[in-house]
Design a protein around this ligand. Structure first.
Ligand SMILES: Nc1nc2c(c(=O)[nH]1)N[C@H]1C(S)=C(S)[C@@H](COP(=O)(O)O)O[C@H]1N2
Ligand SMILES: [Mo]
Length: 161
């Protein structure tokens, strides 16, 4: 990139958000929204209520969080269902807002909620902002975390044994 001698350096390229997958994973990764389009895409229409701004209705499309994290190799024994129950999934937005889900909440052998990593919001691509967590099972909007930049999988409660 050329640098102006007369003014401040400005960023000309569009920033592309990256999502890091870490924690108890065999294959940690950094993924862009474009790369997340390679998974099977699911659609969700959700209504959620915000304590301050009222009810909102949005349409999202993107991969299942369960599919993306399963591909990253979570550190449990896949044939022993009970081994999954200690796993938490922590999701964080670029602004620091974060929340946890249990693995069982989105696992089809347990609660099986169709939790998405939304890559479009009302048909607008989120390549620059980053994916948005979509939880059709939630009445409150607070876990619909926008601009996700990190997800950590944590099976640490095994140490309670
Ligand atoms: N990154 C991030 N995502 C967030 C929040 C936030 O503060 N930061 N607020 C949550 C809350 S409380 C609600 S109700 C929904 C909807 O927020 P919106 O009104 O800004 O669309 O986003 C959720 N996602
Ligand atoms: Mo909210």
């Amino acid at each position: 990139m050329s640098q102006s001698l007369t003014g401040p350096v400005t960023e000309t390229a569009d920033p592309v958000a990256q999502l890091s997958l870490g924690g108890d994973l065999a294959r940690p990764a950094r993924l862009t929204v474009a790369e997340l389009r390679e998974w099977p895409q699911h659609h969700a229409e959700v209504d959620f209520e915000c304590a301050t701004s009222g009810v909102q209705h949005h349409r999202f499309a993107g991969p299942l969080l369960h599919d993306v994290l399963t591909a990253a190799g979570p550190g449990f024994d896949p044939v022993r269902r009970k081994d999954r129950l200690r796993f938490l999934v922590a999701v964080r937005g670029a602004d620091g807002h974060h929340a946890v889900l249990s693995w069982a909440e989105m696992d089809p052998d347990f609660a099986g909620a169709p939790v998405l990593l939304g890559l479009t919001l009302d048909d607008v691509p989120l390549d620059r902002a980053g994916p948005q967590l979509v939880l059709p099972q939630d009445r409150c909007g607070a876990r619909h975390i926008s601009g996700i930049n990190a997800i950590r999988v944590d099976g640490g409660y095994a140490s309670w044994a």
